[in-house]
Design a protein around this ligand. Structure first.
Ligand SMILES: Nc1nc2c(c(=O)[nH]1)N[C@H]1C(S)=C(S)[C@@H](COP(=O)(O)OP(=O)(O)OC[C@H]3O[C@@H](n4cnc5c(=O)[nH]c(N)nc54)[C@H](O)[C@@H]3O)O[C@H]1N2
Ligand SMILES: Nc1nc2c(c(=O)[nH]1)N[C@H]1C(S)=C(S)[C@@H](COP(=O)(O)OP(=O)(O)OC[C@H]3O[C@@H](n4cnc5c(=O)[nH]c(N)nc54)[C@H](O)[C@@H]3O)O[C@H]1N2
Ligand code: SF4
Ligand SMILES: [Mo]
Length: 689
């Protein structure tokens, strides 16, 4: 039977899978694609059940327009597109182009992300575009740029991981967030390598570790500096590497030396002997890696924190060499590509800067517009959401559900409700789509073709395997139709390969150069690693000869510990951190519609230590209120000694009473503008049920 080779709609691992017609012939089922190297056939439950969201029982099957009575009611595509064009242009006419905002997502394919950025700048003429990737890996991206002059999640393919000597995994719960990737860590240990996991919780991932460090949330910066201090004190620096390949060591060294092990123990709660053990494990082998995920990154000092881990790699010569380096595990399906092609507030395709005159000229040339007509950088994601209803009065949203996933979500919901006009393109009626004036139902992964770039920087091709239901259109068709209605007839093709070919030209010569990548090549080669200029073969491993800075040297950045934006006090004595569970994805808009996943993870919970539970009178399975300065959430207590006794954990996949983001702090990192999802102060109140 005919099968189509494609990739999972969800996370950044972008597992390969084959789809074939199901028994009824109306849908598709997932079958193994054993030869794709990243996951070699393995899938998690989300990937396996992804076809369930294709069912018309759970998805949107036709456009909706809000009636005078305030209800969302079925409409034709003509009516819906006319209404969106009218809504956006009315606001632009009354309040100027910057009063119209666009919000995108890291789940969108490269073609969609590229077209959305172009649509904002060329059709709407607005500077006000950003996307949910700002909430995801923007701190690692900023630190990458600062240190290496280039931002690609992993500078090496995952296949290198089992062959290095030691991996420090910082704030990643890979066993739940990318289950098939756990294999790389198992193989690492089989090969004699060691694994250190840094996480305030003893997660399923931490259980695999040779050494688990459980710092207080928000203190990873001090932890990394403490390790660097010990590296220097114990004479474990690689002076030859530092001299040949880096700049700025003296300042970074001085900053680290102010972080004594005993001081670091006081800040982090990690005992000095464990710090010494970690340094020994990291420095003993020939090669080693540090990999971070959202734990250390989603902090108001995420950029400096990642910078400190990079400094540790540089000082020990564990970067820019085979089987060594720093990498960030990106998150969303196209978390990497989505941050390269222009849906970010300060960015043009090819990872170019919107403020760079040469970049503006190049991209304007490809787009056939005057460089001066391109707006400048706009607000970051949270700042954009915070400005809704005041400076930004109409919004086009594609690929995010911020009413559940943004920090201080009750405020964000309030801002969304105060918009003059909201249009949402989605596959389901998400909590945010439910607030829209117009809802545009779009096709899904298995029904359309397009490229994504996985966490390794490998550009992949998703292929259409199924005819979409008649009532839905692709995001590219939506942008094409809206552009035409807003007076731009050309430049928004609906054929993804045509968009990709334009993206290649727009990215040519930029840091994320895709010009040598084609659909044909991706299909033939199991993906192509960028940068890949025309005529070249792609770059699986970065920085082996030089870093991407002007002088080719990596830059140490002197960083010092600072506190989280909010610390526990008498009124809010406990730390809250947030994250994920294996069976739900993000805001849950898609996975909460899959019965098998809902059965595995039916709702929010508050994870807390037995000692803390006893102190606040929490009982296993009974509702517990968590209260912060931003709001209140209620969910059943889940009592376990795998978490620090000063910290509670909530997953953020649910709306309503259990919404973790009712509590979170939108304090932003000054460089990346990343909100502090991973730490805020709360108090707990047992609830009578
Ligand atoms: N099942 C599932 N998988 C997913 C997703 C999903 O929603 N569900 N989303 C995808 C996306 S977009 C992303 S970004 C990735 C995220 O992947 P991960 O980063 O692995 O996921 P999180 O659960 O957000 O955070 C990881 C760990 O950070 C720890 N942590 C909390 N605070 C701190 C801290 O201050 N310091 C340190 N060191 N650790 C801390 C948490 O206890 C948690 O175990 O997952 C991707 N995969
Ligand atoms: N407290 C807390 N909050 C967090 C985090 C955390 O760790 N803690 N993590 C943050 C992170 S890392 C992330 S990435 C965000 C993610 O949070 P969101 O941005 O809300 O991500 P999703 O839930 O994936 O939302 C994607 C939406 O787009 C729809 N969609 C999917 N594919 C397409 C498509 O191709 N086209 C269109 N038009 N729509 C599509 C989906 O149905 C869904 O409604 O959450 C952030 N929020
Ligand atoms: S690990 Fe990620 S890409 Fe792989 S099947 Fe699960 S959700 Fe999909
Ligand atoms: Mo993410």
């Amino acid at each position: 039977m005919h099968t189509t080779a494609t990739h999972c709609p969800y996370c950044a691992l972008q597992c390969g899978m084959n789809l074939r017609p199901d028994e009824g012939g109306a849908g598709v089922e997932v079958v193994e694609r054993a030869e794709f190297p990243v996951n070699r056939g393995a899938l998690c439950g989300k990937g396996r059940t992804a076809p369930a969201v294709l069912s018309s029982r759970v998805r949107l099957t036709g456009p909706l327009i809000r009636s005078r009575a305030g209800r969302l009611e079925p409409a034709t595509w003509e009516e819906a597109l006319d209404a969106v064009a009218a809504g956006l242009s009315a606001t632009r006419g009354a309040h100027g182009a910057d009063a119209v905002g666009v919000f995108g997502g890291g789940g969108l394919t490269n073609e969609k992300a590229y077209s959305l950025g172009k649509f904002a700048r060329v059709v709407l003429g607005t500077s006000q575009i950003d996307y949910n990737g700002r909430f995801c890996m923007s701190s690692a991206a900023a630190a990458h740029q600062r240190a290496f002059g280039l931002d690609r999640g992993l500078p090496f393919p995952l296949e290198d991981v089992p062959r290095t000597g030691c991996v420090i995994l910082v704030g990643s719960n890979l066993a739940e967030t990318m289950p098939p990737a756990l294999r790389y860590l198992t193989e690492l240990k089989e090969n004699g390598g060691t694994l250190i996991v840094v996480d305030p919780r003893r997660t399923r991932t931490a259980e695999q570790a040779d050494l688990h460090l459980a710092p207080r949330p928000g203190t990873d910066l001090a932890l990394a500096l403490g390790l660097l201090h010990l590296v220097v004190a114990e004479g474990r620096t690689d002076e030859e590497f530092i001299a040949a390949r880096t700049t700025g060591w003296a300042e970074a060294r001085a900053a680290a030396m102010a972080h004594w092990p005993e001081l670091v123990e006081r800040i982090t709660g990690v005992p000095v002997p464990k710090l010494r053990e970690a340094v020994r494990m990291f420095c003993a082998p020939e090669s080693a890696m540090v990999l971070t995920a959202r734990g250390p990154e989603q902090q108001s000092k995420g950029t400096d924190t990642v910078g400190a881990w990079i400094n540790l790699c540089l000082a020990t010569g564990r970067a820019g060499r085979p089987l060594s380096g720093y990498g960030c595990l990106t998150g969303q399906g196209n978390g990497q590509g989505g941050r390269e092609h222009g849906q970010k507030a300060d960015q043009l395709p090819g990872y170019r800067k919107l403020t760079d005159p040469a970049a503006r000229a190049h991209v304007a040339g490809v787009w056939g517009v005057d460089p001066d007509s391109l707006p400048g950088p706009g607000r970051s994601a949270y700042e954009l959401l915070d400005a809704l209803g005041t400076e930004v009065r109409a919004l086009l949203l594609m690929g995010s559900n911020p009413v559940v996933s943004a920090p201080r979500a009750a405020h964000v919901e309030d801002r969304v409700r105060s918009l003059d006009f909201l249009a949402v393109a989605d596959v389901v009626l998400s909590e945010t789509a439910a607030l829209a004036d117009v809802v545009l139902p779009v096709t899904q992964w298995a029904e359309e073709t397009g490229t994504t770039t996985n966490l390794e920087g490998r550009v992949l091709l998703r292929r259409r395997a199924l005819t979409p239901p008649p009532g839905v259109r692709t995001d590219l068709e939506v942008l094409h139709a809206l552009a035409a209605r807003l007076g731009v007839e050309k430049g928004f093709p609906t054929d993804p390969e045509e968009v990709f070919d334009e993206l290649r030209r727009a990215s040519a010569g930029g840091p994320a150069d895709y010009s040598g990548i084609s659909y044909g090549r991706i299909a033939a080669e199991d993906g192509v690693f960028w940068p890949c200029p025309e005529g070249e073969s792609g770059t699986p491993r970065l920085f082996l000869d030089r870093f991407a800075t002007d002088d080719g040297r990596a830059r140490f950045v002197p960083v010092a510990h600072r506190d989280a934006a909010e610390l526990p006090d008498e009124e809010y004595p406990v730390l809250l951190t947030t994250g994920r569970v294996v069976a739900q994805y993000q805001s849950g808009a898609q996975t909460r519609r899959v019965p098998e996943l809902n059965a595995a993870a039916p709702g929010a919970f508050v994870e807390l230590h037995p000692r803390l539970a006893a102190r606040v009178g929490a009982v296993e399975g009974r509702p517990l209120a968590v209260v912060s300065r931003r709001g209140r959430a209620v969910a059943p207590a889940r009592i376990t000694d795998t978490i620090r006794a000063d910290t509670v954990f909530m997953p953020f996949h649910w709306p309503g009473e259990g919404r973790a983001n009712s509590l979170t702090n939108p304090a932003l990192d000054p460089v990346s503008r990343m909100p502090e999802f991973k730490v805020c102060a709360v108090r707990l109140e047992a609830v009578e049920s």
